[in-house]
Design a binder for this molecule. Structure first.
Ligand SMILES: [Zn+2]
Length: 133
């Protein structure tokens, strides 16, 4: 078990890493950013078709911002460039998702979320009042 102790506690440091506040920010960013793959994979397996849930874009945004902050702190140009512009499509996707959601109509009878401009509920067939949800 010496190798395990050595791995966890190396050179008098946890995992041999020089832990600082910024290291924690960087590693948390990595964890948040990496978790999005599992979120997307789970959503896809559940629906049995490829889907990208809103949480995927939120995790992408938060994770990449933390990694950008860390890379700026490290002053590593390669690393900074990798995360400098990724927030643009993440935010754009979140805005489009929100607009799409707002444009949809909620059925007063069954609560189904129906496509914009629909006159009748796609789920129960009752008349929609035309007010966006
Ligand atoms: Zn309905």
């Amino acid at each position: 078990m010496d190798w395990l102790t050595n791995l966890i506690w190396h050179d008098g440091k946890f995992f041999g890493v020089d832990w600082s506040v910024w290291k924690i920010v960087g590693w948390l960013g990595n964890a948040v950013f990496f978790s999005r793959f599992f979120v997307q994979w789970y959503a896809t397996e559940k629906k049995k078709r490829v889907v990208v849930p809103t949480s995927f874009w939120w995790l992408s945004l938060v994770g990449s911002m933390m990694l950008l902050a860390y890379s700026l702190r490290q002053r590593d140009s390669v690393f900074i460039f990798a995360y400098a512009f990724t927030w643009i499509p993440y935010i754009r996707n979140l805005i489009i998702h929100q607009r799409h959601k707002e444009a949809h109509l909620d059925c007063a009878k069954c609560g189904a979320n129906c496509p914009p401009q629909s006159n009748f509920c796609s789920s129960c067939g009752s008349r929609l009042d035309g007010q966006p949800s």
